[in-house]
Design a protein around this ligand. Structure first.
Ligand SMILES: Nc1nc2c(ncn2[C@@H]2O[C@H](COP(=O)(O)OP(=O)(O)OP(=O)(O)O)[C@@H](O)[C@H]2O)c(=O)[nH]1
Length: 252
């Protein structure tokens, strides 16, 4: 069984900040958002976590192994470096979507995302060390087959992007609706999904669904481990096995 610890990261009162005292230059907002993502990726990543940028004002992290002190330290580091602060909601569940749902409720119960008085909230109980196992996190690394030959070397960048995004939209919806898994586009032709305990047939049917739905061919490597990074690295090795063996689903 999986036991995924999810942390919802939310920039505090960001909407009002972007227009106070008047609308801020978009290039500056884009720079802030991408730098904050880079820093969070490193801050969580140094502690074996994974962060996904989603909408940038909200981000989702897989944080098995990070306790409350580690979360508080990351909040402090952000407030020391940026003109904004972040709130964090933490929850663990066998079902990743359910963990995110409860992590979200922790922040919603503390106040609105646009509430000047709700800042640097840290709520929810990280997984106790004694309850952790080597199969807590299941990460699936999906990749489009021959994206270079089919898209990058054939189409202009925008039309390639449409194809990749269509595959992503179809997969993310299928995984959310059928399995309560959370899928994130991570660049190029890659999608990383945080999954409950799923078997090979479930991954095969997800890949079949995307092919039938939007005509995009995927393969997937799956890893299971104690932390997001270890599971993610196993998933990458499994994906290499797919490449060598010309298979669509491999576990490691
Ligand atoms: N985030 C991320 N991006 C990757 C990774 N590997 C490749 N990419 C990106 O994906 C693009 C396509 O690379 P590949 O998936 O290796 O190439 P491909 O043409 O699809 O070939 P096959 O996957 O072997 O069928 C690269 O340009 C990178 O942008 C990875 O592990 N993580």
């Amino acid at each position: 069984m999986t036991n995924t610890q999810i942390t919802l990261i939310q920039i505090d009162n960001y909407g009002p900040w972007t227009v106070t005292p008047e609308p801020r230059r978009e290039v500056d907002l884009q720079t802030l958002q991408s730098r904050l993502y880079a820093d969070l990726s490193q801050l969580f990543g140094n502690r074996e976590g994974y962060v996904f940028f989603t909408r940038f004002d909200n981000m989702i992290a897989v944080t098995n192994g990070l306790d409350a002190d580690a979360h508080a330290l990351i909040q402090e580091s952000v407030s020391n470096r940026y003109p904004v602060t972040i709130s964090l909601g933490v929850e663990t569940d066998a079902n990743p979507a359910k963990a995110l749902g409860t992590a979200t409720e922790h922040l919603q119960e503390a106040g609105s995302a646009q509430d000047a008085a709700r800042t640097e909230v840290l709520r929810g109980d990280p997984l106790a060390e004694s309850n952790r196992t080597d199969e807590d996190v299941q990460i699936a690394h999906f990749d489009v087959n021959d994206a270079t030959g089919k898209y990058t070397d054939q189409l202009n960048e925008y039309d390639s992007f449409i194809q990749i995004e269509q595959g992503y939209a179809s997969l993310m919806k299928h995984m959310r609706e059928e399995h309560d898994g959370l899928s994130f586009f991570v660049g190029g032709d890659n999608i990383i999904a945080v999954c409950p305990a799923m078997d090979g047939d479930a991954y095969k049917s997800a890949i079949d669904h995307v092919r039938e739905d939007v005509g995009v061919d995927l393969k997937v490597g799956v890893g299971r481990a104690r932390t997001a990074q270890a599971a993610g690295m196993d998933a990458k090795h499994a994906l290499e096995t797919c490449r060598h063996e010309a298979t669509t689903v491999e576990f490691r």
